[in-house]
Design a protein around this ligand. Structure first.
Ligand SMILES: Nc1ncnc2c1ncn2[C@@H]1O[C@H](COP(=O)(O)OP(=O)(O)OP(=O)(O)O)[C@@H](O)[C@H]1O
Ligand SMILES: [Mg+2]
Length: 389
């Protein structure tokens, strides 16, 4: 039939056609798209017994319309990432009921009983003991399984070839890893940080370090990544007394440096800490980088004895994890900076009545994480930088 753009009224027939709905009564459908890129529909039985989510990629950026075309095959990348995670960490993603490549549409578990982590944090919630630990484990399980430690060399080459995602990688290469450091029409900022934006553009040392991170992003094929692991890509909640943490929206997935996933998460936890500090609502914010790193490292080391290629010895594991740590800090810094003086900003800061102090502190932390990443050996060194005594 070919690619057709689904409207809410098409969803019941679509779900029946694809074999996802055989109840006598059609589902009630509502659109919940609140992202920039795609459409999301929730389809629920009127009696509340069953519910599904449908996410479709359009051939353009949703909020811009046809004037900003974008290949809908980003949905293929999303489906591929979910397929890999489902093998090793099915409890950390929505259940995937099917992917329809012809229509770039994914049918998955309705998670509307959960909440987006960023929303909760902005409302003043704390993380609790589970969230960052699950995120660290998620990164370890997903990345180990899709690295040369978890797959044979031949399978890995096939995965790398299948996962090349030029259009979405280019967005990151530009929006995250270059534009904030040059004059660019995408960039904008609060006038209270204009001096820092200017200073960063003239900062040769910072520029070279970002160039290094950018080149690593372009060339380091360590593992399949989520590619956009910020607090808006995580849902949390409680199901029958059990804490639930689900990672979603891996449309930026590609084979790259593992530190990019950890770094994005860290950046978002560090900025949420600055928000909480401004509001006098600090709770467990300062623990999150440590909790996620420790969970990542513990899980990666737990998986290490299962590696497919034992030529990689234990001393190499130590070296490899150190590299991931250092790169994570650099990507955390670049994510903080781009979210304040680049294209897309964070509601963590923009919804503050006075965002200037938190933004300035964040920018300076971001720069320091980038330029000093090689001299920050552990979590305590990062805390000392974030919270100077
Ligand atoms: N499986 C789901 N169940 C319930 N709600 C969902 C589900 N998937 C997505 N949503 C809702 O739809 C919103 C947009 O989803 P998603 O982030 O996947 O779309 P996107 O267009 O890729 O967004 P972005 O611009 O952030 O990339 C989410 O923030 C969430 O509120
Ligand atoms: Mg998205």
């Amino acid at each position: 039939m070919g690619y057709r753009i689904l409207e809410p009224e098409d969803i019941p027939a679509y779900l029946r056609e694809r074999g996802h709905w055989d109840e006598a009564t059609d589902p009630e459908v509502r659109e919940v798209s609140d992202g920039n890129m795609n459409r999301v529909f929730l389809a629920s039985a009127p009696d509340g017994t069953r519910s599904l989510a449908v996410k479709q990629a359009l051939p353009w950026v949703r909020v811009a319309g046809p004037s900003w075309p974008m290949n809908p095959d980003r949905a293929d990348a999303e489906a591929r990432a979910y397929e890999q995670v489902a093998k090793v960490a099915p409890d950390k993603i929505p259940a995937i009921h099917g992917y329809d490549p012809e229509n770039y549409a994914l049918v998955m578990e309705d998670m509307s009983d959960l909440e987006v982590l960023r929303t909760l944090l902005n409302e003043g919630a704390s993380y609790g003991p589970h969230t960052s630990a699950r995120i660290g484990e998620f990164v370890a399980q997903f990345s180990f399984a899709t690295s040369d430690f978890g797959m044979t060399s031949a399978d890995r080459k096939a995965l790398i070839a299948a996962s090349v995602s030029p259009e979405l990688c280019k967005i990151t290469e530009d929006v995250v890893l270059s534009e904030p450091y040059i004059e660019h029409e995408h960039n904008h900022w609060h006038e209270g940080v204009a001096d820092l934006a200017e200073r960063f553009r003239a900062d040769a040392r910072l520029r070279t370090e970002v160039a290094d991170l950018r080149h690593v992003f372009m060339t380091s094929a360590q593992a399949l990544l989520h590619g956009d692991l910020h607090t808006g890509s995580i849902m949390v909640g409680d199901r029958e007394g059990t804490p639930v943490v689900r990672v979603f929206d891996p449309e930026f997935s590609f084979v790259g440096p593992i530190g990019f996933d950890l770094g994005l998460y860290w950046a978002n936890t560090l900025v949420s800490e600055q928000r909480a500090m401004t509001l006098g609502r600090l709770t467990d914010h300062a623990d999150q980088l440590r909790l996620s790193w420790e969970a990542f490292e513990t899980e990666f080391r737990r998986l290490w004895p299962t590696r497919v290629d034992p030529f990689f010895d234990d001393a190499y594991l130590d070296r490899f994890l150190k590299r991931v740590w250092t790169e994570s800090l650099g990507y955390a810094g670049s994510e903080i900076i781009r979210r304040i003086i680049g294209f897309a900003h964070l509601t963590d800061l923009t919804t503050l009545e006075d965002q200037v102090e938190a933004s300035r502190r964040s920018l300076l932390i971001g720069r320091e994480l980038i330029v000093s990443r090689g001299e920050l050996p552990d979590v305590n060194a990062v805390r000392a930088l974030v919270q100077p005594t």
